[in-house]
Ligand binder design. Structure first.
Ligand code: NAD
Length: 494
């Protein structure tokens, strides 16, 4: 990836986008549109449809028709594999174009966006494509006069609702296994970052996915999203986003057809540094990336730092040094380590969280201010707040921005009780050179992932999902297939 290639794409005209329904671009039912405002300069560079319940209904009808027609749902696994592998290739061929489009939409620094969005999405689609002809049913261990067969079947129409931080990567975690197992899908992208998912649907069509199997209806959560969640003909909803919306989706399911709901929600993940960490400087550097990349807008971000008292001063010096080295800048500049906060609204939420934490008694060590104001975009300096205690909002509540809460601890029990003292349980990390301590911590910390002597980077081969109020269901790995299929028993007298 060269800077010159990025610069050629950075101001490309993006025509006003329509919906993607039934295998083609489709005008909306109504006239309402939403501006797509770039957090790089605060300017609108195109518009998307503000879809409504009728648009959602049409997309679901097309999805159901495609499912019942069987051109995808009953296609051989090898055929589905071929089409999805072609889709993965097309995403890779268009990777830079997609990455730049996504960065203009949500402000993630390009080096990260390029890997985490198109390349990761292509890898995910390929992973599920390659797995689909290796999944077998089961023969039950019955007596000789009976044959018990367990079939695995697609669910039907799956609704996918995702957030704006990594819409393509997270979308692919759901769309990949859903399509591979033969479902039809209706996606409601985040209103603040819809463009890459629209592009994915176009490429899927080009790859040979039958019309109606993958549909995208843009619009706001409260209208288009809720219409999808309340629809009587959607079999499952796969959601990533906030806890508040996750709760709302469970209500929608209860009020409609009891569609199954998978929830990947927020986190307030503890990053625990023991005095016996193998390399304090490396731990500090990795911890800085673990909270501040993509301006902290990462579900698994290590937003609570717990440092053992005996190395607190040494570690904090390294942490502040590594933070000072980060360059916050134009996300389309390859030399920027951190890009823009996704929107002006999110920026102000982050700034307010820093102010409230100080009012509650936290000590601001660095950052927490709006910067690059002259750009017109939404930029914030990475904030580190010390002396944060479990009673404070900053300890319990997710900011979803570049704001790190720091505290110190004395021993293992203290570390575990502080680490678990939030309603969330998404991710965590421990830094220690003691193997037994590492394993004890993996058992004791209530989170879907416990990193040891690293932070982030868990690939598609392992599941991702939450304990406690971080949700349930799992994205990634072969376990994700369970979310998009049902078991059917055939009990046959011989
Ligand atoms: P959000 O919950 O506000 O929105 C997520 C999606 O839900 C968007 O597409 C939105 O339009 C839609 N939505 C909003 N209201 C809705 C409603 N009433 N009915 C149906 N859909 C509705 O979250 P966000 O601000 O986009 O993203 C940030 C959140 O996502 C954070 O809490 C973050 O931790 C979480 N997240 C979790 C993971 C994970 O894997 N666990 C990954 C990334 C982000």
């Amino acid at each position: 990836m060269q800077q010159a290639q990025i610069d050629r794409l950075r101001s490309a005209t993006v025509p006003a986008r329509q919906l993607f329904i039934g295998g083609r671009s489709k005008a909306a039912n109504g006239e309402a549109r939403l501006d797509v405002v770039s957090p790089i300069d605060g300017r609108s560079f195109t518009t998307i449809v503000d879809g409504d319940a009728q648009d959602i209904d049409l997309a679901i009808k097309q999805a159901r028709q495609a499912f019942d027609g069987g051109s995808w749902s009953r296609a051989t696994p090898t055929h589905r594999k071929k089409v999805l592998l072609r889709l993965a290739e097309l995403i890779e061929q268009h990777a830079l174009e997609i990455a730049v489009l996504g960065v203009r939409d949500n402000g993630t620094e390009i080096a990260m966006a390029y890997k985490a969005e198109p390349l990761s999405a292509a890898g995910t689609i390929r992973y599920y494509a390659e797995a689909i002809d290796k999944l077998y049913g089961e023969i039950a261990p019955t007596g000789r006069d009976i044959l018990g067969l367990v079939h695995r079947e697609p669910l039907g129409v799956v609704g996918v609702i995702v957030p704006w931080n990594f819409p393509l990567m997270i979308g692919a975690w759901k769309i990949g296994p859903a399509l591979a197992t033969g479902n039809s899908v209706v996606v409601k992208p985040p209103e603040a970052a819809s463009l890459t998912l629209l592009r994915l649907a176009e490429l899927a069509s080009e790859a040979g996915l039958p019309d109606g199997v993958l549909n995208v209806v843009t619009g706001r959560g409260a209208s288009a999203g809720e219409a999808l969640a309340l629809h009587m003909d959607v079999d499952a909803l796969a959601f990533t986003g906030s806890g508040a919306v996750g709760r709302r989706l469970l209500e929608c399911s209860a009020r409609s057809n009891l569609k199954r709901v998978h929830l990947e929600l927020g986190g307030k993940s503890p990053n625990v540094v023991f005095a016996d960490a193998p390399d304090i400087r490396q731990a500090a550097k990795t911890s800085v990336n673990g909270i501040f990349r993509n301006s902290g807008q990462v579900c698994v971000a290590g937003s609570r730092l717990l440092v053992q008292s005996s190395v607190y001063d040494e570690f904090m010096e390294a942490l502040l040094g590594a933070t000072a080295n980060l360059k916050v800048g134009d996300p389309l500049d390859l030399t920027s380590d951190i890009g823009a906060v996704s929107s002006a609204g999110q920026l102000h939420k982050n700034l307010d969280a820093v102010v409230r934490a100080q009012e509650e008694g936290a000590t601001r060590l660095t950052g927490g201010e709006q910067i690059r104001v002259e750009s017109g975009g939404s930029f914030m300096s990475p904030a580190i707040l010390a002396d944060v205690t479990p009673g404070m909002e900053l300890w319990r509540e997710e900011v979803f921005g570049p704001v790190l809460a720091v505290t110190r601890f004395d021993d293992d029990d203290d570390a575990v009780s502080l680490a678990n003292a939030t309603p969330y349980g998404l991710a965590s990390a421990v830094w220690t050179g003691n193997l037994s301590r590492a394993h004890r911590m993996v058992r004791a910390i209530n989170a879907g992932v416990v990193h040891v002597n690293t932070y982030g980077g868990a690939d598609i081969t392992v599941p991702l999902g939450g304990f406690k109020q971080s949700g349930f269901g799992r994205d990634k790995s072969l376990h994700a297939f369970y979310g998009y299929t049902d078991l059917k028993t055939a009990w046959i007298a011989l």
